[in-house]
Ligand binder design. Structure first.
Ligand code: GUN
Length: 296
């Protein structure tokens, strides 16, 4: 079988264009410009790249971008004061504190200080609880991107068997919750799961979010299944530094019905969904109709 390649780059471009059109209409009809504040503490090189990309994408869709770069030794009190200031700023509709934070800062404390209505990462405990009870929440960007691609591929997900490999708060758990809310039969597998291959073989939808390069192979994939690869791992191969997912692409693609590549699969959807969430937060803040197709 030759798997259909799910093109996340093209999908993300469509989402960004859709967001840009909504932003233009919001400005014209209501005089409102959505604003996203991103807070980066310290000099982590990967985080700096993410924050730069977020800034450029935010501007590109016509939103305001507010960047706050703080030194690594910033105190918890100073960071909390900035979060409070952003919570109270009417021009800021979305707040994202880039993770990981330096070790002396308590991430849970900082994230839970963000106004849940502005929590475009969907990491605040209120949003986690709302998602878990099937209520209107801000939903974490990467799982939201995966959900959009799956809905686009299948139409309805009802009754499908989904296996999520990975139980992180950022991807695995919210992904499982979203699939459950769309009426999938959901299994969460992880590093301690027994007979992982057998468990994964039950999946119509297999989501790999374990952070281990190429650990999911053809042996884990049922013929015709859809494989969503959330992993982004840098490895050395043939003297080169390359990006690979949590899925052994060539192996899994030989049996899957559809598969996301790395790069160009889930990755581009994350920032597109961050913009979608900022738009949704803005619409909710002003009592406007929520954009269709851009939320869970
Ligand atoms: N660091 C890596 N991914 C993310 C993300 O989705 N949100 C935040 N805030 N930090 C991250």
């Amino acid at each position: 079988m030759t798997a259909k390649v799910i093109d996340g780059k093209a999908f993300a471009a469509r989402v960004r264009a859709d967001v840009a059109a909504h932003v233009a209409a919001m400005k014209q009809d209501h005089g409102i410009t959505p604003g996203l504040a991103v807070v980066l503490v310290g000099q982590d090189p990967a985080s700096q790249v993410y924050v730069k990309n977020k800034h450029a994408s935010t501007i590109e869709v016509g939103m305001n971008s507010f960047e706050h770069r703080l030194p690594a030794e910033t105190s918890e009190a100073d960071l909390l004061a900035l979060v409070q200031k952003l919570n109270n700023d009417p021009a800021v509709h979305g707040i994202l504190v880039q993770l990981p934070l330096p070790a002396h800062l308590n991430s849970d404390l900082i994230i839970n200080a963000i106004n849940p209505a502005k929590d475009v990462d969907g990491f605040h405990i209120s949003n986690v609880g709302l998602l878990g009870t099937g209520q209107k929440a801000m939903v974490p960007c990467t799982p939201l991107g995966c959900l959009m691609m799956l809905r686009d591929h299948y139409g309805s997900l009802a009754g499908l068997n989904a296996v999520v490999v990975g139980r992180s708060n950022i991807v695995g758990k919210p992904m499982a919750q979203l699939l459950l809310n769309d009426s999938c039969t959901v299994t969460i597998a992880h590093s301690r799961t027994k007979n992982l291959e057998e468990v994964c073989q039950r999946a119509d939808i297999l989501v790999a979010a374990v952070g281990r390069p190429e650990m999911i192979t053809a042996a884990h994939v049922r013929a015709g299944a859809t494989v969503i690869d959330v992993g982004i791992n840098r490895i050395e191969r043939g003297g080169k530094n390359i990006l690979v997912g949590d899925v052994d692409y060539a192996s899994a693609a030989s049996v899957a019905g559809a598969i996301t590549p790395v790069p160009g699969g889930v990755g581009p959807m994350t920032i597109a969904c961050l913009l979608a969430n900022t738009l949704t937060a803005t619409a909710r803040a002003h009592g406007l109709a929520e954009p269709k197709g851009l939320t869970a």
